[in-house]
Design a binder for this molecule. Sequence first.
Ligand SMILES: *[C@@H]1O[C@H](CO)[C@@H](O)[C@H](O)[C@H]1NC(C)=O
Ligand SMILES: *[C@@H]1O[C@H](CO)[C@@H](O)[C@H](O)[C@H]1NC(C)=O
Ligand SMILES: *[C@@H]1O[C@H](CO)[C@@H](O)[C@H](O)[C@H]1NC(C)=O
Ligand SMILES: *[C@@H]1O[C@H](CO)[C@@H](O)[C@H](O)[C@H]1NC(C)=O
Ligand SMILES: [Cu+2]
Length: 824
Amino acid sequence: MYAVNEGGKKTGLKIRDGCFFLFAGAFLLATGVVGGILIGIYAYHGGPSGNAIQVECQVQSSNSLNQQTTAGPQQTTQKPANNPTNPPTSCSVCTKRDPFLASIDHELFAPLTEKEMERVRSALIARGIVHTDLDSQITLKSNYIAFIDIHTPNKEDVLKYKYGNGVYPGRQATAIVYRGGASPPDIMEYVIAPLDKGDSLQVTPLSAPGENAFTAREIDYVERNAALEVLRPIEAVLLPIVRESFDNANFQSGDLHWWPYEGPPGMKETLRELKLQLYFNPGRKDGDFHLLDMLPLALIVNTTSQTPNDWNTYDYYYLNQGPFGSAQDLLQAYNRGSIRKIKLPSGYRDTVAKRYYTGRDDSKPLRANAFMPPPRTYEPKGPRYTIKGHTVGWMGWSFDVTTRMTRGPALFDVKFQNKRVSYEISLNEIALIYGSDSFERENVFYTDAIYGIGYYSGTIPGVDCPEHGHLLDTSYYDAKTGQAVTTKSICIFESDGEGPLWRRMANGYQSGLRDTCLVVRVAATIGNYDYVVEFHFKLDGKLATKVKATGQIATSFWDADNPNHGNLSTDDSPSARDPFGFRVGDFSHGIIHDHLFGFKVDLDVVDTNNSFEIIHFKSGEVADAFRQINPSITTKPKYFRYNQTRYIEYETVQIESGFRVNPMEPKYWTVVNGNHRNKWGAKRGYAIVPMATATQTMVDAHPAMNAISFTKYNCAVTKHKESERFLNSLFDAFRMYNTKGDFSTLLNGEGIVNEDIVNWVTVGFVHVPSSEDMPTTTAVETGFILKPFNFFDTTEVYDMPQVYSGNDGDVQKPPEFTPCLENK
Ligand SMILES: *[C@@H]1O[C@H](CO)[C@@H](O)[C@H](O)[C@H]1NC(C)=O
Ligand SMILES: *[C@@H]1O[C@H](CO)[C@@H](O)[C@H](O)[C@H]1NC(C)=O
Ligand SMILES: *[C@@H]1O[C@H](CO)[C@@H](O)[C@H](O)[C@H]1NC(C)=O
Ligand SMILES: *[C@@H]1O[C@H](CO)[C@@H](O)[C@H](O)[C@H]1NC(C)=O
Ligand SMILES: [Cu+2]
């Protein structure tokens, strides 16, 4: 029925000259684009709308192709692709062009390699900083490595090395070590360098012993497994409740599990309270979970002590009823009938896996033509980009791409037309605050960097990266095995925008340039969500950074009889609603939350001597317009017809400050270089333009807010400092009342005029899950665009071939090509 284009071997098609294709009968092609559409279309045989006919692969001359295109679609005759006037020609495979250039040894920003991570680990072992016996299990009293990340050299050193006469700063790494064996136990961060040379590796601590309390670490597999052990005897006590309430479930059947990641375990460093909730997840493997069937039974394990034997449990809750001091207390109340009970219908458990299933639903009729392959892009002469190690070049752009295990993807040294635009654009943090009317999930919040944004585990073929794209390596360190894992997770491809980057049809000419862009895409699974980060480089100097959220929502148990609200099915009164979201399944409730993505955006407009200027888009009385520029004008000049007008006001921000998007006060946030002006006397600059975005609306009193205070600003600007590398401390969510990296403290009044400045850009969305978020949530997108703003003297595209056709006979065409077979 459905066959892929593999020379017909699998499809059983009769192939002549290697280039016969089958098309659905009604598929007519404009001759002008026959080659482009024909190539790469999958063989399609039969299907509901059936009736396939054979079409020969036709190659037309490039000239006629271009003539047709220039003439415009209204003049293009439509004819079947098997037009007999065009003799069949055999198709050749498109030119293959390898984008990979000989790679260099010394990459300043490339992700750490497995070998480098191994060197880091060996160095830490050799110095006795971490315990090694991987044979004996890591315990809470071990010193072990949690993360190894690239430590990018100091900016000044990099710039001197690349653009001056400085020495090579060398490859460096940071390692985060959980020192359960230290006294007091703590978290240490080290810089290990230089990684490129054989000997004299330096290990430099970034924090003092004890400075970062051990209890500020994330909930890792060591703690989780120990907690699960503590729960074993408790499970036996809870079994009668679990059997009766949850469709005869038991703890051995493999579909019932404990979920330990209910946000940070408490608020104080001195008390670590791990909340664990039951949920259904048939066939769960380590690191893989579905959070769509959470059950209303949870408890606290006090994991403060480093000896799991000391751990006590309390705050047992069943259907929001509690707290009970122990499993026995809960069981007693349950048996006495003094608490409200829930009884899932018999057979419910068997429906769980089916509802998670994300393959096609066979019970639904297929949409017309749904098994026909969708359109796709191919590259007639191969990729137009080059890749040297992790340095990418394309159409005037060049940049380095990297990923970090904790904080995710980053670009460095981004240049356009040989001028530096940005030194660094890096994802730093993803913050979410949930709200739910349940003991289990009442106030979950996450800062994802500490859980690891960069555990990149490869791409999903056919989904993540177009077939003509190329993949780059990235690695992460697996604390459990002590080994680095390398995957091909950075996808690079050129994308056809299939429309105008610009167009102009005017008296006497029609002209334009088709939009194409280079995309760097990295997709990661972080807990229940999958996040896709993309950088889009445009021909005109714009650079869009986008982030998409997809994957699975987090849910809580849907309690139809929750006394805190009325009867949803029958009652139309406000009380029938839940203040925390909608019911999205039989026993599932989608819990409301937001997603806020914090980026470090270190623009260097031409060089590092920059200022932050805001262009306020105002309106008012005409005289107001002159107030800033020429205050002597106090009345409206006569030539203004109306008393009111639009105007702009200029503001050079003097000291470190943060700003929010406000549609009622539109403005341009620009980074400018006062020493470099365009032909028209304006300071050369780049504007930072957020896409549609939310801002943090949580009240300051919320205990998470110090840990994620960066979310209060869509754009904040600070003076560049090596001591302010990231917009927060990784650990602050785990020490909310004692934060050390509160972003607001970075805004401490330093001057930012004619300085090396950094913009911290936070964008995101709020999410009220609806039934369409089940079982998967389709991608939602936000981001920000960096846009040249008086950077060039004119539109920076005219060093490219343009499409032009004028009355004077001047005709220009896009580059010619011979249609060819997609080369995969
Ligand atoms: C939690 O555990 C610590 C260390 O064992 C103990 O000192 C503390 O009293 C416990 N807290 C509660 C609430 O049980
Ligand atoms: C809510 O209404 C439905 C439909 O009428 C009914 O079956 C259910 O028992 C009601 N629940 C409560 C708590 O009243
Ligand atoms: C414009 O402003 C002048 C001076 O204040 C006033 O006299 C006049 O009425 C205004 N015109 C209109 C159309 O409002
Ligand atoms: C930045 O530019 C200003 C204005 O031209 C100048 O006074 C200052 O010395 C420059 N700073 C650096 C570090 O070059
Ligand atoms: Cu969401």
